[in-house]
Design a protein around this ligand. Structure first.
Ligand code: NDP
Length: 327
């Protein structure tokens, strides 16, 4: 038997609770993992609360991330005792996920735990941090360097935002952090932000083009915020769009793209090919300051994950949440 969060949906409604499950109930897969830590991402918040239909099959164990030890494996790349990390691939949406003491998955989805991190640190990073790194890699791929000018990060006090601020600052960028929580200004400066902007400056409908400010951007918010970020980009600036915390729509014009040569780069972590995942984890090991990671993460129990999921969606959680599934 093992403990897990289980989401059910039937005539009685949509509900999530911590339950004792039988190993025999685990889905098919060639690797069984003893989970040490999981985490809460925005998507896990949506799954647990049922606020958005991210869960595609019921009953479902949520958790798009896990870190743990291989218990048994028939996959050629893994054997019992290996330390592994998993992010995405539909886990926690269509396949039972990491908010559990045990998981059974395809070995093709796993990444070896980088030596630089403990399992808890890997989950302090989680999909949020790995996505922040994918954004940084995209900015680099498009040639953005600190010499081109400052970069802006929206939803900065959230998970993706916090890691993006820390990474970009460490890489020498001048980082403007946009937040709806002015009380987190000192926190954002401690991660390396050189400027903290009020969310309201970007969240209202704006003009097609505005004063040129940013060489690069990491946007976790979408909607008017993303449209305004595009309008504020410097000539040939690059915007990485990865989130929708402020809305799914994009009420923008083509002006930034056709008059300033701005690039809008979409970022997806879920189906990201394995070589780029490995590269992202290698770069996280090289470029993420562990003291700053410690500052942005706090640990909770599996039971606490239920109320914390709602708080996360309400924008009340700072940085990253690590879930100790054995506590
Ligand atoms: P968090 O909840 O940790 O952070 C989101 C942040 O967005 C909040 O902390 C808040 O920051 C800001 N925010 C929340 N609501 C609003 C609003 N109504 N208007 C403007 N800003 C708002 O979530 P994550 O960091 O885990 O995820 C951020 C986004 O990125 C989500 O939309 C998520 O789905 C997406 N995502 C996408 C991935 C991909 O593969 N493309 C992977 C991972 C995440 P503040 O208080 O500082 O304003």
């Amino acid at each position: 038997m093992f403990k897990a969060i289980l989401i059910e949906k039937d005539e009685a409604g949509y509900r999530a609770a911590v339950r004792e499950l039988d190993d025999a109930a685990l889905p098919a897969g060639d690797v069984t993992v003893r989970v040490a830590y999981s985490t809460l991402n925005y998507k896990d918040g949506l799954a647990i609360t049922g606020k958005s239909p991210v869960v595609r099959k019921f009953p479902m164990v949520p958790g798009i991330d896990l870190a743990g030890t291989v218990e048994s494996s028939s996959h050629p790349d893994y054997q019992a005792g290996d330390a592994v990390v998993l992010n995405g691939w539909g886990v926690g949406e269509t396949h039972w996920g990491g908010l559990a003491q045990r998981a059974r998955l395809s070995g093709d989805w796993l990444v070896p735990l980088p030596a630089a991190f403990t399992p808890a640190q890997a989950m302090a990073i989680g999909t949020a941090g790995y996505t922040a790194m994918l954004c940084v890699l995209a900015l680099e791929r498009h040639g953005v360097t600190p010499a081109h000018g400052p970069v802006v990060v929206t939803g900065a006090a959230g998970g993706v935002g916090s890691v993006a601020v820390a990474l970009l600052a460490k890489l020498g960028f001048s980082v403007a952090a946009v937040t709806g929580r002015p009380q987190e200004a000192d926190y954002l400066r401690s991660l390396g932000a050189s400027e903290v902007l009020e969310r309201a400056e970007l969240s209202a409908p704006g003009k097609p083009l505005a004063k040129e400010r940013w060489a690069g951007a990491v946007d976790t918010v979408g909607s008017h915020t993303l449209a305004n970020v595009c309008a504020q980009m410097k000539y040939r600036g690059v915007v990485t769009a990865c989130g929708l915390a402020g809305g799914m729509e994009l009420p923008a014009t083509v002006a930034p793209f056709i008059l300033r040569g701005v690039t809008l780069a979409g970022i997806d972590s879920v189906m990201c090919p394995r070589p780029e995942r490995l590269q992202a984890w290698q770069r996280l090991a090289a470029d993420l300051d562990l003291a700053r990671l410690g500052r942005m993460a706090h640990e909770i129990t599996l039971d606490e994950a239920l109320p914390t999921a709602a708080a996360l969606l309400a924008g009340q959680v700072r940085g990253r949440v690590v879930v100790d599934v054995n506590r």
